[in-house]
Design a protein around this ligand. Structure first.
Ligand code: FAD
Length: 489
């Protein structure tokens, strides 16, 4: 009997779990090492005073990429977890009192835009067509493929991408592209906000990133029926069933390289040997902490990092009928807000708030008559700011804005409170500079300034997760594992 090849995965973020499940399907004996006590990394949940909070991601797109992992092992994903597409994905509140609802039904959404803004249904539909085109061009070449090997450039799809390069608008910013289609500030601000889904600034980031609204508006926003963390629970159940072994509370201290081949990992003084090593740790820290004798590609590793967030988990002891599952309260000055976050590196006095209330869909996430609010504010990455002070300020600004928009006194209804900040993100998830999305996408060709899913210098060493190609966010991390499999020797 031939001995199974072995693999160590460092980190159980969604990228690490997906890599483990994929390698198990390839016949590897896989072990996952996770320094935290739980699986999922930034996809995490907490319980307090009868409330459950999804502490990280809440916007779920392209869930078929999760389903694929079950199908690889001939399992039915619906036996593990379920989700539904949201008919009314978002409710957007503007400071002047305008409220726009988004709808999965594009005709309904177009009518809403025409009714609530100065722009027409036709402009909206033209815009949707243009962002679909961007997605269709970039998906096969970039989103689902490696771009780091010579043979990647010889593929038919790559040639198609080159011929249609002008259509992805790499030389225009997202804001300029949005202004090309619309005149009304509400819709422009609404669409500009998608830049922050990858921690970027719409006034700098290339319009190619307008593939993001296509994914949400064109392909749908979904909600797992038992909350976001149920996806991780389902994946861990699958991974256990297919033989993946998890070691929690176990930090990897070094990746062992022998003759330019990754051959094992060190935990304290204990060295364990493996045929393949996959790092799901932020790539910046992988080089800095686990590969001290291998400098890595400095230009890529030292790119500016994405922005981060300050967030509040609030148990609210009443219900707000005017709120939905996903809500956005826009700033009165979006340009100044982004200028403050990305250039002055602090928080803005009138920040845009994203408010996620999972109990609107998962009743038992909050006690009867109550709601679990997750309030998020854009924040700069960690450059040593006084976060304790900035958290206090953000809370004050958030409360003021909520009170104004909902005509309420929210503070007296907060019966439980927790928070997340760039400094806790750096510590809890080993994310470089507390950034949420790895390298920032603010430069024109930022897509080419992410680390490959393999090492050029060390054989059998691979990288997955939000800090490497093709990018951050759950779907991209899932694709990073898929691409890793494609580029394996
Ligand atoms: C507040 C917030 C909101 C977000 N919202 C969304 C959203 O709505 N939609 C969306 O798609 N994405 C969202 N994201 C982004 C998304 O969560 C991430 O892109 C994705 O989960 C990152 O997964 P990853 O595979 O890179 O691993 P990570 O989640 O970064 O996990 C890495 C894991 O590696 C472990 N680790 C690190 N070093 C070691 C070591 N030396 N030894 C052992 N273990 C180690 C860490 O403990 C961690 O568990 C959000 C993120 C945050 C923080």
């Amino acid at each position: 009997m031939t001995k199974k090849k072995t693999c160590a995965v460092i980190g159980s973020g969604i990228g690490g779990i997906a890599a483990a499940i994929r390698l198990a399907a390839k016949g590897y004996k896989v072990e996952v090492f996770e320094s935290n006590s739980y699986a999922g990394g930034k996809i995490r949940q907490s319980y307090a005073k009868g409330y459950r909070f999804d502490m990280g991601p809440s916007i779920i797109t392209l869930p078929h990429l999760i389903d694929e992992l079950f199908e690889l092992h001939n399992k039915n994903p619906r036996d593990y977890f379920n989700y539904k597409q949201l008919e009314k994905p978002f409710k957007y509140f503007f400071p002047d009192g305008v409220v726009i609802n988004s709808f999965a039904d594009i005709n309904r959404f177009s009518n809403e835009i025409a009714e609530k803004t100065k722009d027409s249904k036709e402009s909206f539909k033209r815009y949707l067509k243009s962002i679909k085109t961007k997605y269709d061009i970039t998906k096969p070449v970039f989103i689902e493929s490696s771009i780091h090997r010579f043979k990647d450039f010889l593929k038919k799809d790559f040639f198609y991408g080159v011929v249609n390069f002008h259509k992805i608008d790499a030389f225009t910013t997202m804001d300029e592209d949005n202004k090309h289609y619309f005149q009304d500030s509400h819709i422009i601000e609404l669409l500009n906000y998608y830049a922050t889904y990858v921690g970027s600034n719409p006034f700098q980031a290339p319009a190619t990133l307008n593939v993001i609204p296509h994914v949400e508006i064109g392909l749908g926003l979904f909600m797992p029926k038992k909350g976001v963390y149920s996806m991780i629970e389902a994946l861990i159940q699958l991974a256990n069933e297919v033989g993946v072994k998890f070691h929690f509370n176990t930090r990897i201290d070094e990746i062992i390289i022998k003759n330019k081949i990754a051959s094992g990992v060190r935990i304290n003084n204990d060295i364990k040997e493996y045929n393949v090593i996959v790092s799901n740790m932020d790539v910046y820290f992988t080089y800095q902490k686990l590969l001290p004798n291998n400098k890595g590609p400095q230009r890529i590793l030292n790119q500016p990092k994405s922005s981060s967030v300050i967030g509040f988990y609030w148990g609210i002891n009443r219900e707000y009928q005017s709120m939905e599952l996903h809500n956005m309260f826009f700033s009165s000055n979006q340009k100044e807000e982004y200028e403050t976050v990305f250039h002055k590196k602090t928080i803005y006095k009138d920040p845009t708030l994203y408010i996620y209330i999972s109990s609107k869909h998962v009743n038992k996430d909050a006690p009867k008559g109550s709601e679990n609010w997750f309030v998020l504010i854009n924040a700069p990455n960690n450059e040593g700011q006084n976060w304790e002070e900035l958290i206090k300020e953000s809370r004050k600004f958030a409360i003021k804005k909520i009170n104004t928009i909902l005509n309420t006194s929210i503070e007296k209804h907060i019966e439980y409170e927790g928070n997340i900040s760039p400094s806790s993100i750096e510590v809890d998830y080993s994310s470089a500079f507390g950034s949420v999305y790895g390298n920032s996408s603010n430069k024109k060709f930022a897509a080419f300034l992410r680390h490959a899913n393999f090492s050029r210098k060390v054989k059998n060493l691979y990288f997955v997760g939000g800090s490497v190609h093709p990018g951050a966010g759950i779907p991209m991390c899932l694709n990073s594992a898929k691409i890793m499999e494609q580029v394996m020797h």
